[in-house]
Design a protein around this ligand. Structure first.
Ligand SMILES: [Zn+2]
Length: 400
C-alpha cells in the first residue's frame, strides 16, 4: 500500500482494532447478522508521519444513506454559528457580495448561519436524503461527491470554503484538495476542521477510529497534504468540538505568514513527539488497558444486579462496543435522540436502539457513548442524576 498523502510505501502497522462492521449503518431487524466485516487497522507512514487506515470501504457504501444530522445537537449547532461569525468578523466583514462553499454540508446547518450573515451559499453533500433536507430548508445544495471535476463544472470561486470533518473521509484526497485550490479566490480562506489526532491520543479517544475516517491528522501531517497542492495554513486553534478538533485557516501558499498560536502548536507537536511511531505504539497499549478496565467495571455492575443502557448511538460508539466486545450481555439498549434510527440495531453487537424518553423505565447506569457531549448531557439529565442514575464515561477527556 502507498501512503494516501505522500505516496511512500514505508508504512507500518500501529494499531489493530480487528475486524469490524461498517459502523455508520445501523441495522434493520432483517439485516441483523448479515452485515459484512472489514479490517480496521491504522498504519503509520515513516516518511510523512500520517496515520491512516489500510482498508477502504467503498465510498458509495459509506456515504449514500447516512443518518447523521448535524442540526440535532445543540452544542454542534452553536459551534457552527460561532464559526460563521468568526470567519465573517475576521476576514470578510466589509466585503460585499461574499460567497461560501461548504464541502460535506450535511443538512445545511452550517450554511444557514452564513446565509444569516448575507453570504451567497452553496453546499455539496453526498447523501441524497440529507441534501434534500438542506434544499427543502432553502440551502442550495448539490447532491455530489466533491472533487476537482465538480469545481470545473461549477466554474466559480468563493471567498470562504469550509470543510468540517471531511478530510479524513476522502478516498479522492488529492482531487478534493486540488478542487479546493481551484475554487478558492485569491483572497479566499479555506477553513478546515478536523479531529486532532494529538488529542485523540491524549484522550484515549480511540473510538474516533472507524472506517469512515481513513486519515488522522496532526498539524504537521495535514500541512504535508496542503503544501503538496499549493495551499498553506496560516492560523489554527484547538476547539473542544468532537472531543478536540483543529479549526485551521488556509490560503494560497506564499501569501500569509503563520500566526504565533499556530507556530506554538507546531512546536508542541515536536516537543511532545506527537508525530513519532513510538507514540502510536504506546497509544495501542493504553487502549488495551482501557478495555480491561471497562469490562471489569461493566462485569461488576452486572454482577451487582444493575441495569445498564448505552447513552447515545454515535457512529464512534460502535468502534468501542465492537472492539471491547460489549453487547446485550451488558447493555439492554442504546438510547438515542435521532428518530431516523428508531427500531434499528447497532452493527456487530446488535444492541436495540430506542428513542430517548420513549421507555417508561430507567437504567441504574448510563454507559455514555456520546462522551464528547459530556457537559450538555450532564446538564440535560440533572433530574435523572438526582434520582440516582449513574452516568459512566468510558472516554473522559478533561475538557469534554
Ligand atoms: Zn506519507
Amino acid at each position: 500500500m502507498q501512503c494516501r498523502v505522500c505516496d511512500s510505501t514505508n508504512l507500518e502497522l500501529a494499531i489493530d482494532l480487528g475486524s469490524q462492521p461498517w459502523c455508520n449503518h445501523f441495522l434493520k431487524p432483517e439485516e441483523v447478522g448479515q452485515e459484512p466485516y472489514y479490517p480496521l487497522r491504522v498504519l503509520y507512514c515513516h516518511d510523512c508521519a500520517t496515520v491512516q487506515l489500510d482498508y477502504t470501504v467503498k465510498k458509495e457504501v459509506m456515504f449514500g444513506d447516512h443518518t447523521y444530522l448535524s442540526g440535532v445537537t445543540k452544542s454542534l449547532s452553536q459551534h457552527f454559528k460561532n464559526v460563521a461569525e468568526e470567519i465573517d468578523e475576521t476576514f470578510f466583514k466589509e466585503t460585499v457580495a461574499k460567497s461560501v462553499l461548504d464541502i460535506g454540508s450535511n443538512d445545511g446547518t452550517q450554511l444557514k448561519h452564513f446565509q444569516a450573515l448575507g453570504y451567497d451559499v452553496l453546499g455539496v453533500e453526498s447523501s441524497i436524503k440529507t441534501a434534500k433536507i438542506a434544499n427543502d430548508a432553502g440551502v442550495p445544495t448539490l447532491n455530489e461527491f466533491f472533487n476537482l471535476e465538480i469545481v470545473k463544472k461549477l466554474n466559480r470561486q468563493f471567498h470562504v470554503i469550509n470543510a468540517a470533518g471531511v478530510f479524513f473521509h476522502l478516498e479522492e484526497l488529492h482531487s478534493v484538495t486540488e478542487g479546493i485550490k481551484a475554487a478558492l479566490r485569491e483572497d479566499g480562506v479555506f477553513v478546515v476542521q478536523f479531529l486532532y489526532m494529538k488529542r485523540i491520543v491524549e484522550n484515549l479517544a480511540f473510538d474516533q477510529i472507524y472506517h469512515e475516517h481513513l486519515l488522522y491528522y496532526n498539524l504537521k501531517t495535514i500541512e504535508v497534504l496542503l503544501n503538496r497542492h499549493g495551499l498553506s495554513m496560516f492560523d489554527a486553534y484547538l476547539s473542544p468540538i468532537h472531543g478536540g478538533s483543529i479549526i485551521g485557516f488556509v490560503t494560497h501558499q506564499g501569501t500569509k505568514e503563520p500566526s504565533d498560536r499556530l507556530t506554538a502548536m507546531r512546536e508542541a507537536e515536536v516537543t511532545e513527539k506527537s508525530n513519532e511511531f513510538t507514540t502510536y505504539l504506546e497509544f495501542a497499549k493504553r487502549i488495551e488497558q482501557m478495555k480491561k478496565e471497562n469490562l471489569a467495571y461493566l462485569s461488576q455492575a452486572k454482577a451487582a444486579g444493575k441495569s445498564i443502557w448505552g447513552f447515545g448511538a454515535p457512529v464512534k460508539g460502535n468502534t468501542l462496543l465492537n472492539y471491547f466486545g460489549i453487547g446485550t450481555q451488558y447493555l439492554d439498549y442504546l438510547v438515542e435522540k435521532n428518530e431516523l434510527r428508531r427500531g434499528l440495531y447497532s452493527p456487530g453487537m446488535h444492541i436495540p436502539l430506542v428513542i430517548e424518553g420513549e421507555l417508561d423505565k430507567l437504567p441504574d447506569i448510563y454507559y455514555v457513548l456520546a462522551w464528547n457531549f459530556k457537559r450538555e448531557i450532564l446538564a440535560n439529565n440533572q433530574a435523572l442524576i438526582d434520582q440516582g442514575v449513574e452516568f459512566y464515561f468510558p472516554v473522559n477527556p478533561p475538557d469534554a
